[in-house]
Write a protein that binds this ligand. Structure first.
Ligand code: 5GP
Ligand code: ZN
Length: 131
């Protein structure tokens, strides 16, 4: 089972921003910027290119809603929505996911390599879920 499937099954803990029958959104462990979130279908697809076309509508609707909530509640000025597809494109976890990366300043250092989280994830979750 892949690491995100283990998170979905509850075998590995995560900070859940949103969950329903089909979708799970969790705080990214590396927090590229404060509130960096991953939205994934609960059904495993290795990559964006493997996911059936008719399942994108729901995923992107939820992603838009979650991104709006994050930007509003964390007072971000915008966000990057990003999907890495394939190792060459920087995908490191082979379970299709969408990154929501809040932007606070155009000079934010947004790097997609693994780096150390500097935030308190529980505090961020509380802020996102306030309203
Ligand atoms: P990718 O490079 O595949 O587009 O993104 C994978 C993301 O998953 C990275 O930003 C990385 O920080 C995050 N990640 C990897 N392992 C875990 C984990 O166990 N828990 C959480 N919450 N995020 C993870
Ligand atoms: Zn998986």
């Amino acid at each position: 089972m892949c690491i995100f499937c283990k998170i979905i099954e509850g075998e590995i803990p995560s900070k859940k921003v949103y969950e329903d029958e089909q979708i799970l959104a969790i705080l990214d462990i590396s927090q590229t910027t404060k509130g960096h979130t991953l939205v994934m279908p609960k059904k495993h697809y290795d990559k964006f290119l493997d996911m059936p076309e008719n399942e994108f509508g729901l995923l992107m609707e939820k992603t838009q809603r979650i991104a709006g909530q994050i930007v509003r509640n964390l007072n971000a000025k915008g966000c990057n929505i990003l999907i890495n597809t394939g190792e060459t494109a920087g995908q490191t976890v082979m379970h299709m996911h969408v990154h929501i990366i809040p932007r606070y300043d155009e000079n934010d250092t947004v790097s997609f390599s693994f780096h150390e989280n500097q935030y308190d994830l529980d505090e961020i979750l509380k802020e996102i879920k306030e309203n």
